[in-house]
Write a protein that binds this ligand. Structure first.
Ligand code: IPM
Ligand code: MG
Length: 383
């Protein structure tokens, strides 16, 4: 294979805290598998982030690690945070390590797919027919809005009482680039075969609170304008509260959802639950393409660090495994190889292998490590 000799795919692995290190350990075996089978080589480095970085160096992300991340083609991120660090000042909390990476790498487009694997359709809190075959993508703006807007803070007023301030602020350029990422994705997204057969049109739904927020009105205007470049995609608008409701009422009406940082945070948790397990969901955070078409990128499972089960070999490594697959697809143009990994996951689930979080009647409960073994075994079969 032409690609196998290219070892210039630089990946920085940041396992982080809680279950991060043990799920990442299973993903490291995938790098090793691709290498051993001569499918693709990667130059893999490892670093500290979150509480782990704080313990080692007093900050949740060092400048050196940030520089390494900036120099990598992709960052593979585990999870950060835990009770041990909750009392720290805001700037030293583990989560700040992640936010700093997102901001400094300018990873403005956060892709959060909600895909229901057939074998898990019954694990959803919703009825099977509402979610079976679900395949939607939330594109969340990740470097702007109320998460970063100024002014912010808590201030004391003349009468001695205090007020808290955060600001939702978006420039047209920020809105436009994330919408373009969403439209591009809507065009490119591989749909399930049955939908292709039904010739279903690509759809993009822009979600905001334009009924109460001026910035939301601006999102709509920009969306209309950008839409002119994507006539093949059907554009619709929805208020965020209605979207939360529609996601649990009839999630299959959605294809690609594009929304602001805060609404995307909330709606993606909601969409995650539709799939039956947060432990299954990967994500990609992408920057702008440079002249060579390369984007800075960070891949991470949507679930958190789950300190209650950390170190017990109980965690579900599949979200991290699927994040690895997204990395293959979006950073290295290895779509076939990504499909191999996703197939291996599908086959492991179909064989009834389950970690505790997705356990169902008549399935076998396995550890993190055994799930990793199973994925590797299935990969051997399909690769
Ligand atoms: C997420 C998380 C983060 C966020 C936290 C950990 C800062 O909830 O990635 O959805 O709010 O963006
Ligand atoms: Mg969140």
């Amino acid at each position: 294979m032409a690609q196998s000799s290219r070892a210039n795919r630089k990946v920085l692995v940041l396992p982080g805290d809680g279950i991060g290190p043990e799920i990442m350990r299973e993903v490291m075996r995938l790098f090793e598998f691709f290498d051993r089978r001569n499918i693709a080589r990667f130059d893999v480095g490892e670093g500290l982030v979150g509480g782990a970085a704080y313990e080692a160096s007093g900050v949740p992300l060092t400048d050196d690690t940030l520089a390494e991340a900036m120099a990598s083609d992709a960052v593979l991120f585990g999870s950060v945070g835990g009770p041990k660090w909750e009392a720290l000042p805001f700037e030293l909390r583990p989560e700040r390590g992640l936010l700093r990476l997102r901001k400094e790498m300018d990873l403005f487009a956060n892709l959060r797919p909600a895909v229901v694997f057939d074998a898990l359709a019954d694990a959803s809190a919703l009825k099977r027919d509402l979610v079976a075959g679900l395949d939607l993508m939330i594109v969340r703006e990740l470097t702007g809005g109320i998460y970063f807007g100024e002014p912010r803070g808590v201030e004391t007023m003349p009468d001695g009482t205090r007020r808290g301030i955060n600001t939702e602020i978006y420039t047209e350029a920020e809105i436009e680039r994330v919408l373009r990422a969403g439209f591009d994705l809507a065009v490119k997204r591989q749909r399930r075969l049955c939908e292709v057969a039904m010739k279903r049109q690509r759809r993009l739904c822009e979600v905001d609170k334009a009924n109460v927020m001026e910035s939301g009105g601006l999102w709509r205007e920009v969306a209309e304008r950008v839409h002119a470049d994507y006539p093949q995609v059907e554009l619709s608008f929805m208020y965020a509260d209605n979207c939360a409701m529609q996601l649990v009422r009839n999630p299959k009406q959605f294809d690609v959802i594009v929304t602001s940082n805060l609404f995307g945070d909330i709606l993606s948790d909601c969409a995650a639950m539709l799939t039956g397990s947060l432990g299954m969901l990967p994500s990609a955070s992408l920057g702008a393409a440079d002249a060579a078409g390369r984007r800075k990128a960070l891949y991470e499972p949507v679930h958190g660090s789950a300190p209650d089960i950390a170190g017990k070999n109980l965690a579900n490594p599949l979200a991290c495994v699927l994040s690895f697959a997204m990395m293959l697809r979006y950073s290295f143009d290895l779509a076939d190889e990504a499909s191999l990994v996703e197939d291996a996951v599908r086959r492991a689930l179909a064989a009834g292998v389950r970690t505790a979080d997705i356990l169902q009647p008549n399935t076998a409960r396995v550890s993190t490590r055994v799930m990793g073994d199973t994925i590797l075994r299935e990969l051997e079969k399909v690769a």
